[in-house]
Design a protein around this ligand. Structure first.
Ligand SMILES: NC(=O)c1ccc[n+]([C@@H]2O[C@H](COP(=O)([O-])OP(=O)(O)OC[C@H]3O[C@@H](n4cnc5c(N)ncnc54)[C@H](O)[C@@H]3O)[C@@H](O)[C@H]2O)c1
Ligand SMILES: [Zn+2]
Length: 250
């Protein structure tokens, strides 16, 4: 199918859709200047994300891991939502039942005003006690720029950690249940995800198995490209803008 034909097919499906679920990854934030993990700029001080985003890495050197998160927090604080976030925020009000499952921890979907965001991998802007000591909530918002790293838990004097899901950690069961429920939809769209990090990578094919029309937007082909009904090559901020114009006024 040509790119134009795929765009038309997808926009026709969206026109008649009631339940739309979008799964996003780091690519939607690329145009905001937030580096993807696997693309250029994904390295920090020559460490790969896989070497820092684990509990073992945190326990080995909590200060180093917190310095990386502090750097990411300041980078994202200075960033702005881009056209991809804006279109999805508008769609969250356009469709009768809209859910957005994001692997991103940057909070840019929320800042763009998107409703019904399911944060699959947690948030850069929340913290939790490393030891889950029980004297503090399980997780809570804390957007401060910490002076002393790593920050300490007021309950147990142990370390606080970013409330994000690291490699090898399970998805919060309530979040997983909400995401699984969202797969029952008319159209499921994967945007800007490399579709290699499980279980997130299985979401779109899961929706397809339940009968949804599935599509992917990504400048590169991914393991999901061959499995979706429409694979559209291009950057999210351009393709979503084009789709939104094809849809016309709500
Ligand atoms: N912004 C963030 O919060 C952020 C940033 C980096 C990584 N992560 C984490 O990385 C993990 C890896 O998964 P992932 O798939 O999200 O990231 P990833 O880095 O593995 O893949 C990013 C994908 O985005 C695509 N891409 C690049 N520019 C794009 C654009 N302008 N429009 C659309 N797509 C574009 C790339 O081709 C690639 O397939 C996730 O667990 C996520 O939590 C989050
Ligand atoms: Zn504690």
């Amino acid at each position: 199918m040509s790119r134009d034909a795929a765009m038309v097919r997808l926009s026709e499906r969206l026109e008649s859709a009631h339940r739309v679920t979008v799964v996003t990854g780091a690519g939607v934030s690329a145009a905001s200047g937030v580096p993807t993990f696997r693309g250029a700029g994904g390295l920090w001080r020559n460490y790969r994300a896989e070497d820092l985003a684990t509990l073992a890495a945190f326990d080995r050197d909590p200060r180093l891991v917190w310095e990386w998160y502090a750097w990411r927090r300041e980078l994202v604080r200075a960033a702005r939502p881009n056209r991809a976030h804006e279109v999805l925020a508008a769609w969250s009000r356009r469709f009768p039942r809209f859910r957005l499952i994001t692997q991103n921890v940057d909070g840019l979907h929320e800042r763009a005003g998107t409703e019904n965001v399911i944060r699959f991998h947690g948030s850069l802007w929340e913290v939790s006690c490393r030891d889950d000591c029980g004297r503090v909530p399980r997780r809570w918002p804390d957007e401060r720029t910490f002076e002393d790293l790593p920050p300490r838990c007021s309950g147990c004097e142990g370390f606080l950690r970013p409330a994000v899901i690291w490699f090898g950690e399970p998805i919060d069961p309530e979040v997983l249940a909400a995401a699984t429920e969202a797969l029952d939809c008319d159209v499921c769209l994967a945007v800007g995800t490399s579709a290699v990090v499980y279980p997130a990578a299985g979401l779109v094919t899961g929706a397809g198995a339940l009968g949804a029309f599935t599509a992917e937007i990504n400048p590169e082909s991914t393991p999901a490209s061959g499995a979706v009904d429409a694979a559209i090559a291009g950057p999210a901020e351009a393709v979503l803008d084009e789709l939104d114009r094809l849809l016309g006024p709500p």
